[in-house]
Design a protein around this ligand. Structure first.
Ligand SMILES: [Zn+2]
Length: 258
């Protein structure tokens, strides 16, 4: 019976029957793949507790004999358990939010190397504390949107194309419905569903969107820019997706409590 082997990040797991788990992975070879782990709830030894959200591992599977059945997970070799995320409530909140965005947007069986690299980068930095979690989330969100083809242009007015530096005002309107910046001249008279963001924050967001990931830790955001970036991206993404993002509601709640 033929099978496949690939590296993958656990996106989610659900219980199936009394003994089995259905685990959805974001894999390097095939994008999103759901597999069935037989007896995973009973036989702790076989998967050694590896099948937890955001764990990274190599997995070996067998293709099913029946059409429409899920591949069978035979063995895993855990590479990064990211235990420091799991034991920290706010870090877990951020990681769950990123996982939900990925899980809801990637296609089954379609390889997405850059997106995989991005998710792996932010999880690793979150686990190792090499960057602030708030900044990592801005980095993830803006690059996620870019790679998903949703990225708004944060460098010029979406109506008249005036560049950011050519706008007289300090705070610029970001229009949620149109998904773009609107300069004061174009905004006149119209009621808009959006927020205003300072030029400095917009430039920093563009920088983390375009820079090499390995240089991303050089960015410094002021607390005010972090809050503005958070407000912009965490409002725009659900608005653009057209639905609530459950894990974002959870993240906001624990962030406020902490
Ligand atoms: Zn304009």
């Amino acid at each position: 019976m033929s099978g496949f082997s690939t590296d993958g990040i656990v996106l989610k797991r659900i219980e199936y029957g009394d003994n089995d788990l259905i685990v959805t992975f974001f894999t390097t070879a095939m994008g999103r793949v759901s597999v069935i782990a037989k007896n995973a709830k009973k036989s702790v030894k076989r998967f050694a507790g590896a099948l937890e959200p955001f764990s990274v591992m190599n997995l070996e599977c067998t293709w099913p004999r029946r059409k429409n059945a899920l591949p069978l997970l035979n063995a895993v070799d855990l590479s990064y358990p990211f235990a420091k995320i799991r034991t920290h409530t706010v870090k877990t909140g951020y990681a769950c939010y990123w996982l939900e965005l990925i899980n809801s947007s990637i296609e089954e069986g379609k390889k997405q190397g850059e997106l995989y690299e991005l998710l792996f980068f932010v999880l690793q930095a979150l686990d190792a504390d090499t960057m602030d979690k708030e900044i990592l989330s801005l980095l993830f969100q803006i690059r996620f949107m870019n790679l998903s083809g949703l990225c708004p242009d944060l460098t010029s007015c979406g109506t008249c194309s005036t560049p950011l530096d050519g706008m007289a005002q300090h705070r610029i309107i970001f229009d949620f419905a149109q998904g773009c910046l609107v300069c004061d001249r174009c905004a006149k008279g119209a009621v808009r569903h959006g927020i205003t963001v300072t030029k400095g924050t917009l430039k920093q967001l563009s920088w983390i969107n375009n820079t090499d990931l390995r240089r991303a830790d050089r960015i410094r955001f002021s607390p005010c820019a972090v809050r503005e970036g958070e407000r912009l991206l965490e409002s725009f993404i659900p608005c653009h997706l057209g639905r609530e993002v459950n894990s974002l509601t959870f993240l906001r709640r624990i962030r406020e409590a902490g």
